[in-house]
Write a protein that binds this ligand. Structure first.
Ligand SMILES: C[S@@+](CC[C@H](N)C(=O)[O-])C[C@H]1O[C@@H](n2cnc3c(N)ncnc32)[C@H](O)[C@@H]1O
Length: 296
């Protein structure tokens, strides 16, 4: 196991990165202080060998990041199950797991994860729309991915009032219902529920639903934008920022056991959370180290 100490940069906590199979490395982490949030973005069983992209977005010749071929869905699930169980054992009582998959395996993986965490632990799912458009011909194009959410204990951290979990009211609703203004000019509506009056401000917005279409994957995969590292299947920071804001606290520890280019870790560091990342691909660890400001 190779562990690296991160540079402490202003406003961020120290974190750690490890190169290796998370199945081997997680039991050691389970002995330490538990994590409040785990994001797992495993291979999707695409049957591809994913290569790193260069600065122009072209595939770099010869540099392979990771292989995503398992010999069928059953073999993929057999890989995933013990790793989810190992993840579960690192989680605190208030922790949650966000498991990111797509249509290839999410339905079978849901049943698998129900078995690992208990069916009652399932909290719901986020439908993430990367926004790349439809590509398939001769059948339905699936233009979303799914993030399954599981709680470890009876009450996961969920910051209902964080602005990241708010979205603007529909325009018609704003026009129809938010006609009143308070002394400072803020628009609001008043509703009486069970005899009690509640005030809702238009600028606070309504609670965000489970379909997220405003975190485009393009940001993470276009070399023209600063976020892109060239790592294949890199996720956008906006997606991880919403998850981390929603389901962790400033003192929380965040784990990504298949961290790829380190998106979760970079956002956790920016938000002041302690973080741990693992990846079995030396290319992933090299890219993540650079992104996170490691010097060794
Ligand atoms: C979809 S990518 C993660 C991308 C990442 N979320 C990002 O934004 O860059 C999946 C990663 O899982 C890693 N991986 C696959 N099996 C693993 C294992 N057993 N232990 C640790 N990492 C693994 C791969 O090397 C790959 O980097």
């Amino acid at each position: 196991m190779t562990r690296h100490a991160a540079l402490a940069t202003p406003g961020t906590r120290r974190g750690e990165l490890a190169l290796g199979d998370c199945l081997t490395l997680l039991p050691e982490l389970a002995q330490k202080r538990p994590f409040d949030l785990v994001y797992v973005d495993p291979p999707f069983d695409t049957r591809a060998h994913h290569g790193v992209r260069d600065g122009r977005g072209e595939r770099a010749r010869g540099e392979r990041a990771y292989r995503d071929s398992w010999g069928g869905v059953d073999a993929f699930l057999a890989m995933l199950e013990p790793r989810l169980a190992a993840v579960r054992d690192t989680m605190s009582e208030r922790a949650s797991l966000f498991l990111h998959l797509d249509h290839r395996t999410v339905h079978e993986a849901k049943v698998l994860a129900d078995g690992v965490f208990g069916r009652g632990a399932f909290q719901g799912e986020i439908v993430w729309i990367p926004g790349n458009g439809a590509r398939r011909r001769g059948g339905p194009s699936v233009t979303h991915q799914t993030i399954l959410v599981y709680a470890r204990g009876s009450q996961m951290i969920w910051n209902d009032d964080d602005p990241a979990l708010r979205e603007p009211y529909a325009e018609t609703s704003q026009r129809m219902h938010f006609g009143k203004r308070d002394a400072s000019g803020r628009q609001y509506r008043e509703r009486v529920i069970a005899g009690k009056s509640y005030r809702y401000y238009a600028d606070i917005g309504r609670r965000r639903g489970s379909v997220w279409s405003d975190c485009p994957s393009m940001r993470a995969n276009t070399p023209l934008l600063g976020e892109a590292t060239g790592y294949p299947t890199q996720k956008p920071e906006a997606l991880l920022e919403r998850i981390i804001r929603a389901a962790s606290l400033p003192e929380s520890r965040v784990l990504d056991p298949m961290c790829g280019s380190g998106t979760t870790l970079a956002v956790a560091a920016r938000l002041g959370r302690a973080w741990t990342g693992i990846d079995v691909s030396p290319v992933a660890i090299r890219i993540a180290k650079k992104r996170l400001g490691f010097t060794d």
